[in-house]
Design a binder for this molecule. Structure first.
Ligand code: MN
Length: 447
């Protein structure tokens, strides 16, 4: 069912080398030093923020918690991994890496990050630094710090996933789906939002700071808050609806999945079913050559059609889209690139230069405007919400007559609906990483 990840790694690294060889030659560098990063500290405190590895580093090396380390690379030479393993009795120093992937690297273990200076071969060569800059590197002689033209090119290329990256994302999907199923059951069993969150983390096997983004676990009206961050500790009170937007990461690659559940049959449950059907239709539109902006606009028409059929609005899809009414209920983009970052880079890139493809007018939150290519992984996440702030603004803006306010009052206590899958574009049919992972979990459950 799953491919052997170690077998896929050498071809992945070859592709990274091919890409960076071209980028370095184009922009006049002899090599690159990719810094993993260092945890930052809270103001006036000796507590650090959660560490987030430089995604460029994680693309080369499947180590997401390694600080003060470098990948050094010059075209034609074996990549160098400067692995920082401090002598430290306050913390557990990182264990030396192992695994087949390591055979692609020359490993140097450093007690002090400063030892990387000689190893990186900066003398007489133009080496670009990629990562979060540290004052300690001031005198090292890097030719450039995060040169924008080089980064634009690497980010543009990153949208196309290698077979290794796709496999990492399938595994992240499996992990996240495990959490989703447990969370669904926790909600049904009467857990609080906070308890549901803990059950999710336990099932996935990742703590908050390891997840690709903070879980959104929202009951009832909370589902209308797009990035609801509060985790209510109270488990009493009515439960009408449950929106969970939660992921997982495998070797730094993210899954980003949202599901919405109705606690009982009725008007809201019917709306959830309608959203699920239109979401599948939008997923099927993920194909090579398709302008992602068109999927976004199709989503607006589909959601408006659903709202009209449900008696929530009183106009057709085209009028709802053109008047801006559909954005009252669906105020975010249909999705984004996914990979090493949950909202992955270069979603608007026209080409490797960093020039941008504009968003459709009136749609300021769309994060992806490119034409899809095989290897792109995108999310498809239509939403439909009852947001007081936007409904009030719609009334002031003259949309009042197009909205059935009785229906809005009935549905407002449910908050909203979002259904989100991660979909890989291929030369043929799209691969739905999320629905495939749910299907695999059902096969397991049946046994
Ligand atoms: Mn998303």
């Amino acid at each position: 069912m799953h491919m052997d990840i170690d077998e896929l790694f050498p071809a992945h690294l070859s592709e990274l080398r091919r890409r960076i060889d071209l980028a370095l030659a184009t922009h006049g560098f002899d090599g690159v030093a990719i810094f993993s990063g260092a945890a930052g500290y809270s103001f006036l405190d000796d507590r650090s923020y959660p560490f987030r590895v430089n995604p460029h580093f994680a693309q080369w090396v499947p180590l997401t918690d390694l600080q003060q380390s470098f990948v050094g690379y010059t075209p034609g030479a074996e990549p160098l991994l400067c692995f920082h393993q401090p002598a430290d009795y306050w913390h557990r120093p990182p264990s030396l890496p192992s695994g087949d992937w390591l055979r692609q690297f020359r490993l140097e273990v450093l007690r002090d990050p400063g030892q990387a200076l000689d190893l990186l071969g900066l003398a007489g060569r133009r080496i670009a630094f990629v990562g979060e800059w540290q004052a300690a590197f001031e005198d090292w002689g890097f030719a450039a710090i995060n040169p924008a033209p080089l980064l634009h090119q690497l980010h543009y290329d990153r949208a196309v996933k290698t077979a290794y990256e796709l496999e990492c994302m399938r595994r992240a999907s499996d992990m996240a789906v495990r959490g989703h199923l447990v969370a669904r059951d926790a909600f049904a069993a009467g857990a609080s939002e906070f308890e549901t969150h803990l059950a999710y983390c336990a099932a996935v096997g990742q703590r908050d700071e390891e997840l690709p983004y903070g879980n959104i676990i929202a009951f009832n009206e909370g589902a209308a808050v797009l990035h609801y961050q509060h985790l209510d500790r109270n488990s009493t009170g009515p439960r009408r609806s449950f929106l969970i937007d939660a992921g997982a990461q495998f070797r730094g690659y993210a899954a980003d999945i949202t599901r919405t559940y109705a606690a009982a049959d009725g008007e809201f449950a019917t709306l959830v079913g309608g959203m699920d059907a239109l979401q599948r239709k939008l997923c099927a539109a993920v194909a090579s050559g398709v302008d992602y902006r068109d999927i976004h606009l199709l989503a607006h028409r589909e959601i408006a059609g659903l709202l009209r059929d449900a008696g929530v609005i009183r106009c057709g899809p085209d009028e709802a889209l053109e008047s801006g009414l559909s954005s009252v209920f669906f105020p975010h983009g249909i999705g984004h690139l996914l990979g090493l970052q949950v909202h992955d880079v270069a979603g608007l890139a026209r080409d490797p230069s960093g020039a941008e493809i504009p968003r459709p007018e009136g749609h300021p939150f769309l994060r992806l405007t490119r034409r899809l290519e095989p290897g792109f992984v995108v999310t498809i996440e239509p939403g439909l919400y009852f947001i007081d702030l936007l409904l009030d603004a719609a009334r002031s803006a003259g949309h009042g007559g197009r909205i059935n306010w009785d229906a809005v009052e009935r549905l407002r206590p449910y908050g909203g609906i979002r259904i989100e899958d991660d979909v890989a574009c291929t030369p043929g049919e799209p691969e739905n990483l999320t629905r495939d992972a749910f299907a695999r979990s059902e096969v397991r459950d049946d046994k």
